[in-house]
Design a protein around this ligand. Structure first.
Ligand code: HPA
Length: 248
């Protein structure tokens, strides 16, 4: 079954049929909201809105462990995370799509592992390639089939938020090699790897990052939501193609 984590601008997943809400508890507390179980194009999916009902949970307060655990407990082996991001690379402007292949983590103070003290022996997962390559390739194929151009790689910088970055911070992220910046990619990706999920992200660029392009002077937060909402139809088209490529 495909698990879908909805981000900003994808509050609901239209097109899911026979949807049932399932409120669950995990050993790590409650996920952001009820899981939505249904079918998309006849294939089973489980959907979870990362920011909760009404988009009320900020990135640094999301219970990432509960979210990933809940999807795993529903037997979602494959997970696609929808992520609204700022574009650092000049060609990644508002409305662009990307399937990142690398991550740099700048977050802090987030619980970032299931392997906490007292929960078994010290464990270090491999994270050389943070995203599941087969899911990345399926996402790229799905985007092509949906007629959406998506950058086939990119380094995602995960920042703490909830504020946007300064222009100098974006300069630093760029020198570090980042192409996209968002606030929720970590620890989500690492937790998915810890549970053995095949996880990749579909990034939707909703603004030029601070100090770049049209965001040279300032970023108007209300515009991010508008761009994300405008992209929702294309996101859904990609997901409809993806479920048909999804292995199980
Ligand atoms: N920075 C961080 N996170 C974001 C941005 C940004 O510019 N846009 C959307 N999410």
């Amino acid at each position: 079954m495909l698990g879908i984590i909805g981000g900003s601008g994808l509050g609901e997943l239209e097109g899911v049929e026979g949807a049932r809400r399932r409120a669950v508890r995990t050993p790590y507390g409650r996920p952001s909201g009820a899981l939505i179980l249904g079918t998309l194009r006849g294939r089973k999916v489980v959907f979870l809105q990362r920011h909760g009902p009404g988009h009320t949970i900020p990135p640094h307060e999301v219970n990432y462990r509960a979210n990933i655990w809940a999807l795993h407990a529903q037997k979602a082996k494959n997970v696609v995370a929808i992520a609204a991001v700022g574009g650092i690379r000049a060609d990644l402007g508002p409305g662009a799509f990307a399937v990142p292949d690398q991550i740099i983590d700048y977050t802090h103070g987030r619980i970032s592992t299931f392997y906490a003290r007292g929960r078994g022996p010290v464990t270090h997962i491999d994270f050389t390639r943070p995203y599941c390559e087969s899911m990345r390739q399926r996402l790229l194929r799905a985007a092509r089939a949906a007629g959406v151009t998506a950058a086939a790689e990119g380094t995602y910088a995960a920042t703490q938020g909830p504020r946007l970055e300064t222009a100098a911070e974006i300069g630093r992220l760029e020198r570090d090699g980042a192409h996209l910046v968002g606030m929720t990619g970590m620890p989500e990706a690492a937790l998915a790897r810890e549970l053995g999920l095949c996880y990749a992200a579909l990034a939707i660029v909703v603004n030029h990052a601070a100090g770049r392009g049209a965001a040279e002077r300032e970023i108007r937060p209300e515009e991010l939501r508008i761009v994300a909402e405008r992209a929702a139809g294309r996101v859904r088209a990609i997901l409809e193609q993806l479920v048909m490529l999804n292995g199980d």
